[in-house]
Design a binder for this molecule. Structure first.
Ligand code: AMP
Ligand code: GLY
Length: 421
């Protein structure tokens, strides 16, 4: 089978690595890919926001399956374009991708099916929003409705802070149209967890849990980022809790999507808070998490192409997943200043040394080739260094030892991934 993988980050390098090892995949293309995917696929320089260009590439290359990594092309309608062309695609339609594209849409579906989540209200008037927070009191969470590059959520300890967040979104329009409508939610307390599942439109195949470290600094301090590291499995999320998440959250949301938006084919990612009342949804995403994918994929003890194909063919009920018992820890190496401004274009050294130590590829998150094919930093998140170990401690020690092998100007990382929880 000839497969096109769309995207160019660490998640896509992990997906490309696994797909390139599949006996079902004899040719793998990536668009745009990155220097990491270059070693396992044929790269095509079509950007993820060039939906027509991607559809054309898939058609010209007679691709039999397109796997979409990031959310933006899905929310923009790439799956719809490909289906119109008769090309199979792993990733939901634009309408179903509203699960991530509109937090208000996701909340309405959850409310209709009684899926546990924080109580919330929608506002587009700043005055009504301010009246609500004054009445409700802190703590609260103010969220831009649309996709705001991970920056649209403000967790507020005080009413003043909530008022500021309301002004930023609705009056100053700091998130553009994404923030022309906001949600104000009650704040949930507990530990966070990511549970991802394959969905064929009807049935759910739940993966083992992962945990993502969103804050920039050690001790979960500093601003929110795309993710500074991850690990899987999560000891407090065993089979019983995973079954509960499947039955109370994932299966009902798949059914709600089917009814409201048509069958959802792809990954449903549930960001959860483990509250004293059980797991509650913080958000849904319409794709693999990054860096959750980098901690899940090295643990796969099966061919990733199988569940992906099962989703596209409607066979998820007949598919089983198998996982290595080991823990995988992923440490993300970033450019100093991220998630604020940072410099790029620095030569990266030591990737092979790190890979020798872990026996796994170092996944490229934001890199590019320089004029002599040297690898240069090219993003806020630069590399995802993964290691397997018998437990969290062992895997983390190895991932950090490997991270120390790698050098580039401005290299930063959290030093407590998989150690704090
Ligand atoms: P999101 O972009 O929706 O994942 O939100 C980013 C982060 O904000 C989450 O990972 C949580 O840490 C926090 N957050 C969002 N919603 C809530 C909530 N209702 N209660 C507590 N924390 C939240
Ligand atoms: N790691 C969070 C996300 O992929 O959205």
């Amino acid at each position: 089978m000839k497969v096109l993988l769309v995207g160019g980050g660490g998640r896509e390098h992990a997906l490309a690595w696994a797909l390139s090892r599949s006996p079902l995949v004899d040719q793998l293309l990536t668009a745009p890919g990155n220097p990491g995917t270059a070693s396992v696929s044929e790269r095509h320089s079509v950007a993820v926001d060039d939906l027509e260009g991607l559809a054309e590439l898939a058609k010209d290359e007679e691709v039999e399956l397109v796997v979409v990594g990031p959310e933006a092309p899905l929310v923009g309608g790439l799956a719809d374009l490909l289906i119109e062309e008769g090309i199979r695609v792993f990733g939901p339609s634009a309408k179903a991708a509203q699960l991530e594209g509109s937090k208000a849409f996701a909340k309405r579906l959850m409310a209709a099916r009684g899926i546990p989540t924080a109580a919330s209200r929608e506002f587009d008037s700043p005055k009504e929003a301010v009246d609500y927070v004054r009445d409700r009191g802190a703590p609260l969470v103010v969220k831009a409705d649309g996709i705001a590059a991970g920056k649209g959520v403000t967790v507020c300890d005080s009413v003043e802070q909530a008022e500021q967040a309301i002004r930023a979104a609705l009056t100053e329009r700091r998130f553009g149209d994404s923030g022309s409508r906001i949600l104000i939610e009650d704040r949930l307390q507990g530990d966070e967890l990511s549970v991802l599942a394959f969905c064929d439109g009807t049935n759910i195949l739940t993966m083992e849990a992962a945990r993502d470290f969103k804050r920039a600094l050690d001790g979960d301090r500093g601003p929110n980022t795309g993710g500074m590291g991850s690990y899987s499995p999560v000891p407090e999320c065993g089979p019983e809790l995973l079954d509960r998440v499947t039955d109370e959250i994932l299966q009902p949301i798949a059914e709600a999507l089917r009814a409201e938006a048509g069958p959802y084919v792809g990954v449903i990612y549930a960001g959860l808070m483990l509250t004293s009342d059980g797991p509650k949804v913080i958000e849904f995403n319409c794709r693999f998490g990054d860096p959750e994918a980098q901690a899940l994929i090295p643990r796969l003890d099966f061919d990733l192409a199988e569940p992906i194909l099962a989703c596209v063919e409607g066979n998820v009920a007949d598919t089983k997943l198998a996982w290595k018992p080991q823990t995988c820890v992923t440490v993300v190496l970033t450019s100093d200043g991220y998630p604020g401004s940072y410099q790029t274009g620095y030569v990266i050294e030591g990737i092979e040394d790190a890979e020798r130590l872990t026996g796994l590829p170092v996944f490229h998150s934001g890199t590019k080739f320089g004029p002599s094919q040297e690898v240069l930093s090219d993003g806020g998140r630069v590399l995802s260094v993964c290691a397997l170990g018998d437990d969290q401690r062992g895997a983390a020690a190895r991932a950090y030892e490997a991270s120390e092998q790698i050098s580039f100007a401005g290299k930063t990382m959290r030093t407590d991934i998989a150690k704090t929880k």
